[in-house]
Design a protein around this ligand. Structure first.
Ligand SMILES: O=P(O)(O)O[C@H]1O[C@H](CO)[C@@H](O)[C@H]1O
Ligand SMILES: O=c1cc[nH]c(=O)[nH]1
Length: 297
């Protein structure tokens, strides 16, 4: 049976209107959301990623894949909010989330409320990102199993009302299995693996880089840290996985994190942007196939 997501906030029951501020979407009547349903009720996949240009390219890619004959540029539905970009292609929305958990969590709360008000059936939230690899060749696509935070714990930690709140951070196995089964192809010319991911709050010191503005550890300390990550089954480092896994797990909505490695961190810290565009396109192929397969069901 199809499920509409249930939010975990009883205070919302007492609100007659709800302005999704950063998305610039107004829910004028929370008890009668027919207008929101007519705009977003068909959404099955919420695709997110750091940059607005990647999300625009993804929307254009999906248009082609779905055979949509529209040559105009996709419209940014959140333009008025001046924060995030959102493009809709049939049952898919592509939404940018910025760098790191703090900007992503803001838009994630609002997207969860949006699909709730729109009564979307069985929505799947996916992040299509870039990352640093650990011991895998650049250009590898990693589908996250367990999400670790920067303290090397498989959990997400957040300060709420001045207290430290810790929540689990795992992605559903069924989503990982389907992404690998439908999305991977032997002849793509790149590797796709499922592994643990570390989501840090800092790109530089948090990821053990020695090329930030501050660094108080040695190159040996850094390598020791990366090897420790590797021993925990962590094969990639990005900045959202633990928050994303924990929020979606708490709500009980399906989610997955699919990232392409831009470099192997065992070989260095600097990101060489030469192949970035080619690499960024790889998760599009994987996701496109996964979505097409699920839409057949
Ligand atoms: O490419 P995106 O999706 O932004 O993801 C990665 O890139 C950013 C850092 O450069 C972080 O947000 C990290 O998670
Ligand atoms: O090393 C990297 C590359 C991309 N994004 C990250 O967070 N880290």
């Amino acid at each position: 049976m199809s499920q509409i997501i249930q939010l975990k906030n009883h205070h919302l029951d007492g609100m007659s209107t709800d302005f999704l501020y950063h998305l610039a979407i107004n829910v004028a009547d929370t008890k009668d959301t027919r207008d929101i349903q007519s705009q977003f009720g068909d959404v099955r996949f919420i695709l997110t990623g750091g940059t607005s240009i990647r999300m625009l390219q993804l929307a254009k890619y999906l248009r082609k894949l779905f055979g949509v004959e529209d040559t105009s540029d996709p419209v940014d539905l959140c333009k008025k909010g001046h924060r995030y970009a959102m493009y809709k292609v049939g049952p898919v929305i592509c939404v940018s989330h910025g760098v790191g958990s703090s900007t992503f969590s803001v838009v994630l709360h609002e997207l969860l409320k949006l699909v709730h008000y729109a009564k979307c059936k069985d929505p799947v939230f996916l992040r299509i990102g870039t990352c640093g690899g650990i011991g895998v060749p650049p250009g590898t696509v990693v589908v996250t199993k367990n999400a670790f935070n920067g303290l090397l714990r498989n959990e997400h930690e957040i300060a709420i009302l001045g207290e430290r709140v810790v929540r689990p951070a795992q992605f559903p196995e069924s989503v990982i299995k389907d992404i690998l089964a439908y999305g991977a192809r032997d002849d793509d010319g790149f590797q796709i693996i499922s592994a643990n991911t570390m989501g840090t709050d800092c790109f530089y010191e948090g990821q053990g880089r020695t090329d930030g503005a501050i660094c108080e550890y040695s190159a040996e300390d850094k390598m020791k840290f990366l090897k420790k990550c590797h021993d925990l089954g962590i094969r990639n480092i990005e900045m959202e996985a633990s928050m994303f896994a924990s929020v979606t797990q708490k709500i009980g909505v399906k989610a997955g994190d699919i990232c392409v490695t831009l470099l192997n961190r065992l070989d260095g810290d600097q990101v060489d942007s030469e192949k970035k565009e080619e690499y960024e396109h790889r998760p599009f192929l994987v996701l496109g196939r996964y979505i097409q397969e699920l839409l057949k069901k």
